[in-house]
Design a protein around this ligand. Structure first.
Ligand code: NZQ
Ligand code: ZN
Length: 388
């Protein structure tokens, strides 16, 4: 096991109706809050009105900036930074999913920074200071409510890139599973795939001696899949929604990644799909992850065999290790299809004539992508070919 430091400073308040406390939570960090949200789901569900009522009751002044799109854009981040500076916001409240939270984090690091906020994403600078970010989570997926990362799309060149720093972890996250009952099945499914992907990116590690976290990851994957089936059958199943929401936070708050190096190349490759075609992140991962597995399993058949046996209960009776490993990949793909997500680029209705461009953008700036298996331009292209 590798040495590690683990710190999870986000205060998670979880359960029914917790969003109604938002005013008092925000008040702890200042008097002026920027209310940041997406394309309108929070207005349709009535959440917006409850949030505003709670802020007003707590005597908090607020201004709002809605319109965050899935795959959040740099231009809105810049607008948010200038609004917060002009008005003197003390805290940013993200009400939504990963896109809104990531956009809020980008505004938060941009406000105290003298240069251009994209510097943090292009690798020119490292975020050291940020305004506090609070969250009301409305979709279980990205885990951004307790992660240190943010992923933003720069419209100029269609670059979707992530950055991360300690100061970017939200100070609080109010997580009410009831709020996720209004999600369309497609978004629920995308969220489930992203959660599984966050676990698998950590699970497939070159580090051998990580039995405790291996088994936590395996249990987490089994639970997410079981509860996803329950939610697909009954979208209003509170307890299944709750399991997935908590699972989504734990999948990406790093507790499953301690002592081991994650891979993250499927995420890197997926970001190219999202950047070019504006596809939902989870939908992109449903395509990329199985293809990545088909390419890399030969590097480490025992680990893929373990995955197949422990997560999917694949029997090794009468089968070679390789056959068991391959069966695990095909069961995962089957699960993605079962919850309604296609697992190839063409079945997702996207063109396949830009694979080269995507591989180039993915491999540019670093000679290798990933840790479990080091990928180069050629191997990224091969994975995209497998995903066709
Ligand atoms: O914009 P609105 O109208 O609110 O609609 C959203 C959006 O269209 C809708 N939605 C959210 N909650 C809803 C709802 N609709 C009905 N009822 C509700 N309760 O769902 C759509 C998707 O929202 P989005 O925030 O984009 O989803 P998600 O949480 O999957 O976030 C995806 C983004 O997070 C990034 C991804 O790359 C992607 O840009 N990620 C961020 C990470 C991080 N910061 O740690 C890690 C992840 O790997 C991921 O890369
Ligand atoms: Zn993800």
């Amino acid at each position: 096991m590798d040495n590690f430091t683990f710190s999870q400073p986000t205060r998670i308040v979880f359960g029914r109706d917790v969003e109604n406390r938002v005013g008092e939570e925000v008040r702890k960090y200042g008097k002026r809050v920027l209310l940041h949200y997406g394309g309108g789901s929070i207005r349709r569900t009535g959440l917006y009105d409850r949030v505003v009522a709670s802020l007003e009751k707590a005597g908090v002044e607020w201004k709002e900036l809605g319109g965050v799109q899935p795959n959040p854009r740099l231009s809105l981040v810049r607008e948010g930074i200038s609004l917060c500076r002009r008005w003197g916001a003390d805290i940013i409240l993200a009400v939504g999913g990963g896109s809104v939270i990531d956009s809020a984090k980008a505004i938060a690091v941009g406000v105290p920074y003298d240069g251009d906020v994209w510097d943090f994403y292009s690798g020119k600078a490292v975020p050291e200071k940020a305004l506090p970010v609070g969250v009301i989570l409305t979709i279980a997926a990205a885990g951004s409510e307790a992660s240190s990362g943010s992923v933003i799309t720069n419209e100029d060149g269609l670059y979707k890139v992530g950055t991360g720093a300690k100061c970017m972890r939200p100070v609080f996250a109010l997580c009410n599973p009831q709020l996720t009952c209004t999600l369309p099945p497609y978004q629920t499914a995308c969220g489930v795939v992203d959660i599984l992907a966050h676990i698998m990116e950590r699970y497939f590690t070159p580090q051998r001696d990580v039995d405790f976290t291996d088994r936590l990851c395996e249990a987490a994957m089994i639970s997410i899949m079981e509860n996803a089936r329950r939610v697909m059958a009954d979208p209003n199943d509170y307890n299944a929604r709750a399991e997935i929401m908590w699972g989504g936070t734990v999948a990406h708050n790093d507790i499953l990644g301690v002592g081991r190096r994650g891979d993250w190349s499927s995420h890197r490759v997926e970001h190219e799909l999202s950047a070019l075609y504006d596809i939902a992140h989870g939908a992109g991962l449903a395509i990329v992850f199985p293809a990545w597995m088909k390419h890399v399993y030969k590097y480490d058949i025992p680990r893929f065999k373990q995955f197949a046996e422990r997560v999917f209960g694949v029997s090794s009776d009468g089968r070679s290790d390789e056959e068991v490993a391959v069966e695990g990949i095909s069961r995962l793909e089957g699960f993605f299809n079962e919850i309604g997500l296609p697992t190839t680029i063409s079945k997702a209705g996207l063109p396949v004539d830009q694979l080269d461009t995507m591989a180039q953008k993915c491999a540019q700036g670093s000679s290798e992508v990933g840790n479990y298996a080091k990928l180069t331009f050629d191997t990224v292209l091969r994975i995209l070919e497998l995903a066709k």
